[in-house]
Design a protein around this ligand. Structure first.
Ligand code: SF4
Length: 231
């Protein structure tokens, strides 16, 4: 177990302010940001997540769900949070939504082990799969920002409104903004529909969620090919 310091304590706050933050110490309060640039590698970040108590979701988790896929992947996929199967296995997107996501990626010849790195806005399962609340996404956001910095993907896909809002603060409905390229902190991002939404809407008709996802994922693959060709 990693020792945690409370940055509300004067000594911890002074250390952090002076830039001498101890990488082995995580702010126990979710309202104290995780200092940007603190992690030199994803293994340390994962270890810290596994011991994290920064928000109330820690109490109900079986496993912390940090990531799966390739840490050098050109595409990062950000979801909302772990569901039951993810919580049990400690891996993101392994339930029905994950299986559908893999099929969608495979349809444009993207491999989940090679081409993508998958993670969530919150690393611990919200009770009854409810949407994470603002305090929880804020407490966990530092980990996500560090994952983005360390993986350094060419493209970030934000699956669903919670992922979109959690990272960028954008509050418009996902159906209004899906499929549009946006620039966030100098990075190329696209909000897309969440696979769970597609499971609830099985139609493949033109204009249906599945049809829209097919358009979006082809756009993403074309952009990736363009980026690779320009390198
Ligand atoms: S959801 Fe994130 S901030 Fe909350 S306890 Fe889990 S790892 Fe920590």
């Amino acid at each position: 177990m990693i020792d945690q310091i409370d940055l509300f304590a004067a000594a911890g706050a002074a250390e952090a302010a002076a830039g001498n933050f101890d990488v082995e110490a995580i702010p126990t309060s979710g309202s104290v940001p995780i200092p940007p640039g603190i992690y030199s590698d994803l293994d340390t970040l994962t270890r810290h997540c596994n011991n994290c108590q920064r928000c109330g979701l820690a109490a109900g988790r079986t496993n912390v769900v940090v990531s799966r896929g390739n840490p050098q992947a050109p595409i990062m996929i950000v979801g909302e949070g772990p569901g039951q199967q993810e919580d049990e296995q400690g891996l993101p997107f392994v339930g029905k939504s994950g299986q559908l996501l893999e099929k969608i990626l495979a349809a444009v010849r993207l491999d989940t082990e090679q081409d993508v790195y998958i993670c969530n806005v919150v690393k611990c399962r919200p009770p009854n799969n409810r949407t994470p609340v603002a305090d929880e996404t804020a407490a966990c956001k530092g980990y996500l920002l560090e994952q983005i910095r360390l993986v350094d993907p060419k493209i970030i896909l934000l699956t669903g409104a919670t992922a979109m809002k959690g990272l960028t603060g954008e509050k418009r409905g996902i159906t209004k903004i899906r499929g549009q390229w946006i620039e966030w902190e100098g990075r190329l991002c696209m909000p897309i529909l969440h696979p769970a939404y597609l499971l609830r809407n099985p139609s493949r008709d033109k204009g249906s969620p599945k049809w829209l996802m097919w358009q979006d994922i082809q756009t993403v693959k074309a952009k990736l090919d363009e980026i690779k060709a320009a390198q």
